[in-house]
Every structure is written in C-alpha cells, then in structure tokens.
Design a protein around this ligand. Structure first.
Ligand code: SAM
Length: 290
C-alpha cells in the first residue's frame, strides 16, 4: 500500500462480511453495516455472490470465488474475535488496522466503551467518509498510525488511551501485511500499554506453500483477465508458526491462552463452505497478560 492509497483489502473483507451477513453463521454472525459501507459498484459483486450465480468466464469466476472464500473466512474469524472480546469485557478496546470494522457500531456490549480505531491515515479517512453521520454505540476515537513509521504508543497516549486500565486489542487481518520487524515493534508498543488482564487477539497466516501458490495464481488470473486485484498493492510480508508468534509474545509478557486454526473454528461454527483450501493457513490466537 502506498502512503496515500486507502486499503483495498479492507474493502474486500468488508464485502466478505456483507456476503456472509444473514447467510453464514446465522445467530452468531451479523454485520448489517458492512453492506452500507460499500459503494454501489462494490455491492454489485456482493449481490452476485449472494445470488449464487456462478460466472462461467475465468476472470469473473475468480473474483466470485475469492469473495465467496473471503466471506467464509470473515464469518469464522468475526465470531471467534467477538466471543474473545465479550469474554474479556475490558474497559477499553483498541482495533489495530481497523479498516471497515463495524464493531464499535454493531456490538451492544461496547456501549459507551472507549474504542480506539488505529489505521493507516488514508484507510481511516476513507472509512470516515463512508460512515457519514452513522452514530457508533461505543465512544469512538480515530487514531491515524502507520505501523511502519509511526509510534503507536505516542499516538495512543495523545488519543486518550489509558495504559493503567486493561485493554482488549484486536489485530485482525493486518499481520500478513507487516514485516516480521514491524510485527515485533508493534507488539512491543502494545506490551508497554497493557495493564494486567489485557488481552491481545491476533489473526495470522501460517507458512503454507500450497496456499501461497494458490493465492499468487488467483492474483495472476485476475490481472490477466482485467479484473481488479484487491491484493495488488498490499503484498504479504510475513507468516508465523504458532511457536514463533508465541515466543515473540512471551518475550513481551503475554501468554497465549488459545490458538486455533480457522478450519476447526469453521467446523465448530458449522460454516462448512466450499473453500477449505483458501482458509488453510489462517490462525486466531488470544494472548493474555496474566
Ligand atoms: C485486510 S485489512 C483488515 C481490516 C480490518 N482489520 C478487518 O479485518 O476488517 C488490512 C488493514 O490493515 C491496515 N494496514 C496495513 N498496513 C498498515 C500499516 N503499515 N499501518 C497501518 N495500517 C495498516 C490497512 O489500512 C487495512 O485497514
């Protein structure tokens, strides 16, 4: 992603939630705001996938399958993260790389809770324009930060985050876009602002050659067939084994209390789906400051 461009992967995952809403994980997943945050052309693809009208030509078919797989991943990870946020019930929430996350607007449990949405300046500006005058249930604070260049700790202090009270941190769908050094630096900053009982929830990709190859082929087909490739300017920069990320967290006084792969979470949430191979690399972990 360049300095000025808003994230396209944030739009892709929002489209995924819009596809999933009312279709996947019913009773456990719901995000009606997702559709509202999309532009009319972005909604067209959502409607196509929701209609189950599988395109026959190659490029449109690839776009369809990418979004359909994204919807399955997003339903699963949203359910798991929402559960972990509710269980912690901490007095503040920081959402790192928030994109078009709607938790501060849709989760009644967050009523009045300070929620700090941290994101790249351009992505955040675009979200605010899309939101227009929609009122959050939470007490929202927008904190523009580039994890590659800015001090997260300084920005949070200025925004009013209270380091003496427990914080739940959500880092969803962001780690793959950061280098290992940027991930480590960000966890260090998080650790300095995490009072006892704080909780860090992270989604991360594990090394999986078949998955990486499949993703590259998918992107190539999109490009060759003239379809938009949402990943074009946001390359994957890191993958983690469960052991490596647990070691990184332990060195900063966080204990991994749960680490699940998306596949087993999908089975538990009864989200079978057609795209097992496309979520084969994903994990969600919860690390607590005990
Ligand atoms: C795939 S989106 C995920 C958005 C959101 N967490 C979700 O799951 O809906 C990736 C997000 O990470 C943010 N991001 C990526 N690199 C970043 C960086 N260096 N600094 C700040 N934000 C970054 C993007 O702006 C984008 O909002």
């Amino acid at each position: 992603m360049t300095e000025r461009a808003a994230s396209r992967t944030a739009v892709l995952v929002c489209q995924g939630r819009a596809v999933a809403d009312g279709r996947l994980g019913i009773g456990r997943f719901s995000d009606p705001l997702a559709t509202e945050l999309l532009t009319a052309p972005e909604r067209e693809l959502v409607d196509l996938v929701r209609s189950d009208a599988v395109p026959t030509s190659f490029g449109p078919r690839m776009e369809y399958e990418l979004l359909s797989a994204t919807a399955e991943v997003l339903a699963v990870r949203t359910i798991a993260i929402d559960d972990a946020v509710r269980a912690a019930a901490n007095p503040q929430l920081v959402i790192l790389g928030a994109g078009l996350d709607a938790r501060a607007w849709r989760m009644p449990e967050l009523r009045g809770t300070p929620v700090f949405e941290v994101d790249h300046r351009a992505s955040q500006a675009e979200k605010r324009a899309r939101l227009a005058d929609r009122e959050p249930v939470a007490d929202i604070h927008f904190v523009p930060v580039d994890f590659a260049t800015d001090s997260l700790a300084t920005a949070l202090t200025s925004a009013g985050h209270d380091e003496s009270r427990p914080t739940t941190w959500i880092w969803e769908g962001v780690v793959p876009y950061l280098t290992p050094a940027q991930v480590a630096e960000t966890v260090t900053a998080i650790a300095t602002r995490s009072a006892p009982a704080s909780r860090l929830i992270i989604t991360y990709p594990t090394p999986n050659r078949a998955y990486r190859y499949g993703r590259k082929v998918m992107q190539l087909i999109l490009t060759l067939s003239g379809r938009p490739n949402p990943m074009a300017r946001e390359p994957q920069r890191s993958t983690w084994t469960p052991e490596a990320i647990a070691t990184l967290l332990a060195a900063r006084d966080f204990t991994v209390t749960a680490d699940r792969d998306l596949e087993s979470l999908a089975a538990e949430a009864k989200i079978e789906g057609r795209h097992r191979s496309l979520r084969a690399d994903g994990h969600i972990l919860t690390a607590d400051r005990l």
